[in-house]
Design a protein around this ligand. Structure first.
Ligand SMILES: Cc1cc2nc3c(=O)[nH]c(=O)nc-3n(C[C@H](O)[C@H](O)[C@H](O)COP(=O)(O)OP(=O)(O)OC[C@H]3O[C@@H](n4cnc5c(N)ncnc54)[C@H](O)[C@@H]3O)c2cc1C
Length: 510
């Protein structure tokens, strides 16, 4: 199984079922773009309702964040209910809780109906404060949980060997194995006639003669009545770019000296950014998974340092034997901390739908989004439609300014032939390293692989012309504006871009 970074996640051990061959078609009722938890949840519901459906995936199933998640299943979200109540009101916060419960029930129903072996384990959640300021915040969170109806109590012990001054425990959480679940969705969906087309980038969608024409990078055009975007931001430059911000989070899995120290509960501290942990079972052995160090994508000088800091944090708490996995992945925050699920804003028709902006709760909101989009297609309405409407009003984020700044940079970038002996900074480039270098006042993205071979790209993002940044742990070119990502040689890894970085011609020294 492949993922959008060089570090391997524990979930990549899963083998996906072979996809059945399917005849080429000219028209289907629904095209779902993206084969993560959102897209596959939607596709399965649509097939169950008898809709003809094709899932188009730019890479392979699970390539995106679903293959790099930590798979806590929550009703208690990363955004505290104190903040949700303050921004959206108590009634809305209660609706949010109801919707997260709906998402958990969808996962359970799929698991039971299709007999998906995905290590689903109901458990509690624990949050702990380590100083007076955190304690006051946690007391407010406990009060908010009571108001929104999530059973919660103070506790005087926690399942982590950390000092604490106050802690709470809440019920109705769970954890599972995300790619085993995804593999189960693939089998269920293709088993009832669903089609998945991998390595197919959806580049452009246009409404013509009452159908949507979907153009892909392999030159095909397929028409559909509905298109569902399960891609975080929909492809291309569009209004959602201004309502979402990409973030990166880091995870490590450790074998502990005492297996019994792995917590049964989902555990959260209250540091800024906070750490989250859970237990993962592999071949009936328990391992500790801890995540954190979150930051805005491409807004960190040295991504690798986040792993060092995460490791230091884990070692300060546990006696560890060995680290078995570490990886990082990308998620998207919405401008008002609630996801966007529903009809694509600004279109005159109700044929394109999207689901995005989940923050760190996309297993829940991705499931909910997939379910709701399918309901909107099949019935024209769904529960929770108003609260998550992508058309709701909200403050514009600062991302827009960044976009404008970078457009100016792009205008002055000249495509040229680059003579290696004239690139001063080349001498400082190590194997496995990438850098934006200067060449006669122009910028080049240069990567040297382990064998010393050089790859040069134009570092102007193909989405909205921001300048990409080298991510030194996942070995990718990441865009600070809207989260598009590219492999060292420029291949496309993540939208909203739909094209690779331009490769540049390098002339070796004579
Ligand atoms: C480190 C980390 C930990 C997390 N932990 C949790 C957690 O504990 N609990 C939780 O609920 N959430 C968590 N999340 C969030 C959650 O994992 C994600 O929000 C969720 O997996 C997103 O699923 P998705 O299907 O929407 O997107 P993805 O899984 O990213 O799938 C989108 C797919 O769309 C494809 N695609 C993109 N553009 C195109 C195009 N133009 N054409 C065709 N295909 C395209 C991509 O290749 C990709 O495969 C975490 C996120 C991170 C980063």
């Amino acid at each position: 199984m492949q993922r959008d970074g060089i570090n391997k996640s524990i979930w990549q051990e899963t083998t996906f079922p072979e996809l059945p061959k399917s005849p080429d078609r000219e028209h289907v009722e629904v095209i779902v773009v993206g084969a993560g938890i959102t897209g596959l949840t939607a596709a399965l519901k649509l097939r169950e309702a008898g809709k003809s459906c094709v899932v188009m995936e730019a890479n392979t199933v699970g390539f995106g964040t679903t293959g790099g998640t930590s798979a806590h299943i929550n009703t208690v979200l990363d955004t505290p209910y104190t903040a949700i109540i303050e921004q959206h009101g108590l009634e809305a916060a209660r609706t949010v809780v109801e919707s997260t419960r709906k998402a958990i029930s969808v996962i359970k129903e799929n698991k039971e109906c299709y007999k998906i072996e995905c290590d689903f384990a109901p458990c509690s959640g624990v949050m702990y404060a380590q100083n007076e300021e955190e304690k006051q915040m946690l007391i407010a969170i406990k009060d908010a949980l009571a108001k929104v109806g999530i059973p919660c109590s103070e506790v005087d012990s926690i399942p982590v060997p950390a000092s604490f001054v106050y802690a709470i425990e809440f019920e109705e959480q769970a954890r599972f194995h995300p790619t085993k679940y995804l593999a189960g969705l693939v089998s269920a969906y293709t088993g009832i006639g669903g089609i998945i087309r991998e390595r197919t980038v959806v580049q452009h969608v246009e409404k013509k003669n009452d159908v949507l024409q979907v153009k892909t990078d392999n030159g095909h055009v397929l028409s559909a009545d509905f298109v569902l975007y399960a891609t975080h931001t929909p492809p291309g430059v569009q209004v959602m770019n201004f309502r979402l911000a990409p973030y990166r989070s880091y995870l490590q899995v450790w074998e502990l000296e005492r297996e019994i120290d792995c917590p049964e509960a989902l555990v959260y501290d209250m540091q800024e950014p906070f750490h989250y942990s859970r237990t993962v079972k592999q071949e009936s052995k328990s391992y500790l998974l801890v995540g954190g160090q979150d930051h805005k994508t491409a807004h960190h000088d040295n991504e690798t340092n986040n792993f060092r800091q995460l490791e230091a944090y884990i070692r300060s708490l546990y006696v560890v034997n060995k680290k078995t996995y570490e990886w990082s992945s990308q998620y998207y925050e919405s401008q008002d901390k609630l996801p966007f699920i529903g009809y694509y804003p600004g279109k005159r028709h109700h044929r394109e739908l999207l689901s995005t902006g989940y923050g760190g709760n996309g297993i829940i909101f991705g499931t909910l989004g997939g379910f709701m989009m399918a309901e909107l297609v099949v019935h024209g309405k769904t529960d929770f439609q108003d609260i998550y409407s992508p058309g709701r009003l909200g403050p514009f984020s600062a991302i827009g300014d960044l976009l404008v700044e970078n457009l100016d940079v792009a205008k002055h970038f000249v495509k040229d032939r680059f003579f290696l002996e004239e690139i001063d900074e080349l001498a400082t480039l190590s194997r496995g390293e990438g850098k934006i270098l200067n060449y006669k006042g122009k910028r080049i993205g240069l990567f040297k692989d382990e064998r010393g071979e050089l790859f040069a790209v134009d570092p102007v993002c193909r989405h909205a012309a921001c300048i990409v940044k080298w991510n030194n742990t996942e070995r990718s070119w990441d865009c600070p504006c809207h989260g598009a990502r590219y492999a060292p040689d420029g291949r496309l890894l993540n939208g909203p871009s739909v094209a690779p970085l331009s490769q540049l011609l390098l002339t070796p020294p004579k």
